[in-house]
Design a protein around this ligand. Structure first.
Ligand code: UGA
Length: 313
């Protein structure tokens, strides 16, 4: 029973990579994805193409909000809960989708996990810290600056309540701006690459001196795998690199790697964006054995190579 796991959001950017990893490690994987319309179904189907026909993979196109989760969790030891309405900036106008897909969906899943005694690895976000002193560590007070970040903080607190009240095993991972092949189309590196390669100007929100701890997707997947397979019953970890660069430097790097001079325009700062992020990863190193491998220069090279091969928008 211990080798059957569930990945929610298995057609998404991170979910599809994690599913591949779990299958390659010999797990049987049940995947659920609702194909919410935030970005195209074609992209999500392509994300799953390497494993959709794998005999150890079982797929359900369904929504956590109304699906029979008790049945879905039968025989599942661990849930990697990646399904969500993502995105910092869309969360003002899309508020209802965040409440439904992040809060209500997670609460239903936690109820089912409790009934089935299933461990949950919850995908949280560096955005829960807001504008904090760097590097952010797991004890840094949370101070969300967007409705999206608020829903992630809420979900972390809900996981905590289920642990305290019912003894549910829960590990919360705060991912720091993830990039790599299949990156969501609304995220900066995907948008910048598209514009760079099509000769359009890149819109920088604000002065471009905001910093992000960009983390390559294989490192994020490793963090999830270590958390899901560890004996730890309840904890919170940052999953980042411990380094950060400004958006201006990132664009220069993308231009250098692509061999294109970037055209940029500055527009207003986006509501909900935090200024800088940089993870302290000492706790994940010590307790999970997490050790990120991919440096930004190498990650960007791999990303541009991938993008040129599969330039679906
Ligand atoms: C990302 C994800 O979208 C969130 O889902 C995730 O939870 C979060 O990382 C996190 O780490 O917690 P964000 O850091 O905003 O959020 O990532 P990007 O969309 O890649 O944006 C990075 C930076 O680029 C931001 O400062 C943004 O203002 C800037 N940007 C983005 C631009 O200047 N122009 C654009 O066209 C897009």
């Amino acid at each position: 029973m211990d080798n059957k796991v569930l990945v929610t959001g298995c057609a998404g950017f991170i979910g599809s990579h994690l599913t591949e990893k779990l299958l390659s490690e010999g797990f049987k994987v049940v995947g659920i994805d609702a194909f919410t319309p935030y970005y195209s179904r074609a992209i999500k189907e392509r994300n799953m193409s390497s494993f959709i026909d794998n005999d150890n993979f079982e797929f359900y196109e369904a929504n956590l909000i109304n699906y029979n989760l008790k049945q879905l969790l039968h025989g599942i030891s661990t849930v990697y809960h990646l399904a969500a309405q993502p995105g910092v900036r869309y969360s003002w106008e899309g508020f209802k989708e965040y409440v439904n897909n992040n809060i209500l969906a997670t609460q239903r899943l936690l109820e089912a996990c409790r009934e089935n005694d299933t461990k949950i690895v919850f995908a949280s976000s560096s955005s829960v810290y807001g504008n904090a002193k760097l590097p952010e560590n797991e004890k840094t007070p949370l101070n969300p600056k967007s409705p999206y970040a608020l829903t992630k903080e809420f979900d972390e607190k809900l996981c905590t309540l289920y642990h305290e009240t019912y003894g549910l095993n829960a590990i919360m991972l705060r991912f720091f701006t993830v990039y790599g092949p299949r990156q969501r189309p609304d995220m900066a590196i995907n948008i910048f690459t598209h514009k760079l390669l099509s000769g359009e100007p890149i819109e920088i929100y604000g002065d471009g001196r905001q910093k992000r701890d960009f983390t390559y997707v294989s490192d994020i997947v490793e963090g999830n795998f270590l958390a899901g397979t560890s004996k730890i019953k309840f904890d919170t970890f940052n999953i980042g690199t411990g380094n950060s660069i400004t958006i201006n430097k990132l664009i220069k790097l993308l231009g250098d790697v692509a061999g294109v001079d970037p055209l940029v325009v500055h527009v207003g700062k986006a509501a909900g964006d935090v200024r800088d992020t940089r993870a302290s990863i000492a706790k994940a190193k010590k307790k999970l054995g997490y050790s990120p491998k991919v440096k930004i220069k190498d990650g960007i090279k791999k990303y541009i190579e991938w993008y040129k091969k599969y330039n679906l928008k």
